[in-house]
Ligand binder design. Structure first.
Ligand code: HEC
Length: 103
């Protein structure tokens, strides 16, 4: 019982302030390492809200970036930048959608 309670508490702490819709320096994007790279690479053509609405595993983000380059005219990212952005997206905008933003 006590263990369960501890896990439940952790879960709440990890998802800090659910429903926060304040727009900060990086719009609605969650502030964490990689947010700056992601914001500037992705908000050039469309709102960062389009990004924040997704919840994808890393390989689907990877495909999505390929698609953004191949079909939408995004400039190919440097491998290092791409990896920072993919880490950021898959950590904060993964399938469990910890920072899901309603449109
Ligand atoms: C060169 C312009 C451009 C850049 C830069 C760009 N996108 Fe896009 N993106 C588009 C366009 C155009 C669409 C809309 C395509 C459509 O709906 O037909 C789109 C749509 C999307 C969608 C919605 C896909 C869907 O299924 O509806 C997501 C998510 C997305 N972009 C993520 C990103 C991310 C993440 C980045 C940064 C790494 C990024 N985009 C950078 C042009 C761009």
């Amino acid at each position: 019982m006590r263990l369960l309670a501890a896990i439940a508490t952790l879960g709440v702490a990890a998802s800090a302030a659910p429903g926060q819709a304040e727009e900060g320096e990086y719009g609605v994007l969650f502030e964490a390492p990689g947010v700056e790279e992601t914001f500037y690479a992705c908000s050039a053509c469309h709102s960062e809200k389009l990004v924040a609405q997704q919840g994808l595993p890393r390989e689907r983000w990877d495909h999505l970036l390929d698609w953004m380059v191949a079909e939408q005219g995004m400039t190919e990212l440097e491998p290092e930048e791409r990896s920072i952005i993919l880490d950021y997206l898959s950590t904060h905008y993964g399938p469990d959608r910890p920072h899901f933003q309603r449109p």
